[in-house]
Design a protein around this ligand. Structure first.
Ligand SMILES: [Zn+2]
Ligand SMILES: [Zn+2]
Length: 258
């Protein structure tokens, strides 16, 4: 199969011909149809996070596709089924793993960030069927980034939910790949207002604009023109809603529930 591999830190990925994986007992091979390019991968490729146990290596921990082969004993997925692949693999046996925090396992085995190759390839070997989430409506190419870029803020929002009342504001710091999913998730799950700040300017013409906190750190959010989950409000409405909620207070509330 073809795979995009990192051969040495600081060099571009190269398309190589490598053996197609075959599933062992309990394992699944997924034909990759979507593989998100995470910002972490840029740091790994550049050598800023040189965590790979070997090179060459197939990166890619945001994957989805169609089950191509299953090993003996696999029961919950079958060949031809569309699946998203949870990529935060661990040992499966420690306290963190068995209590649902496998992505924090102290012996991480993440796809594409450990000894296990990732999904920048035609096929991905998945060590256990428990990492597979069946897809019904979403296409794999749409689902792939949900497994990391959306799952990360989803966890943060879930942890904060009990603190987020409808008359509260959540402060969302950073509006890159994860932040945009965070805004959507806050809108869908919390019902509270959201203040978004970022040190950069918005470069996406059809998205909500950033508040530029690097320019005037003393200004109240509404004075800098802050988007809410309902999209742009006129500044007067935004001012009314934000009232006395300062960036500092909102920040305390967020960090208080982190
Ligand atoms: Zn990532
Ligand atoms: Zn573990």
């Amino acid at each position: 199969m073809k795979a995009a591999r990192l051969r040495a830190y600081g060099t571009p990925l190269r398309i190589d011909e490598v053996p197609t994986p075959a599933p062992g007992p309990g394992q699944v091979v997924v034909a990759v149809q979507g593989a998100g390019f995470c910002h972490s991968d840029i740091h790994v490729i550049d050598g800023e996070i040189p965590i790979l146990p070997r090179l060459p290596m197939i990166l890619g921990h945001e994957n989805a596709g169609v089950v191509a082969a299953v090993g003996s004993g696999v029961r919950t997925v079958g060949v031809g089924q569309s699946v998203a692949v949870f990529g935060g693999w661990g040992c499966g046996q420690c306290n963190l793993c068995v209590t649902g925090h496998e992505q924090l396992c102290e012996t991480p085995a993440w796809a594409g960030l450990s000894a296990n190759d990732g999904g920048y390839a035609e096929y991905l070997l998945v060590p256990h069927e428990r990492y597979l989430v069946p897809l019904t409506n979403l296409k794999p190419v749409e689902a792939a980034p949900l497994t990391d870029a959306a799952l990360t803020p989803y966890r943060a929002v879930q942890k904060a939910l009990t603190f987020l009342q409808p008359d509260h504001f959540a402060l969302l710091i950073g509006f890159g790949g994860l932040g945009q999913y965070g805004l959507k998730l806050l809108h869908l799950l919390s019902g509270c207002g959201v203040i978004v700040v970022d040190v950069g300017h918005c470069t996406r013409g059809d998205g909500p604009a950033y508040a530029d906190s690097s320019r005037d750190r003393t200004a109240r959010p509404h004075q800098r023109g802050v988007p809410t989950t309902q999209g742009w409000r006129d500044r007067r409405t935004c001012s009314d809603r934000s009232g006395g909620v300062t960036r500092e207070r909102a920040s305390e509330e967020m960090y208080g529930c982190a």
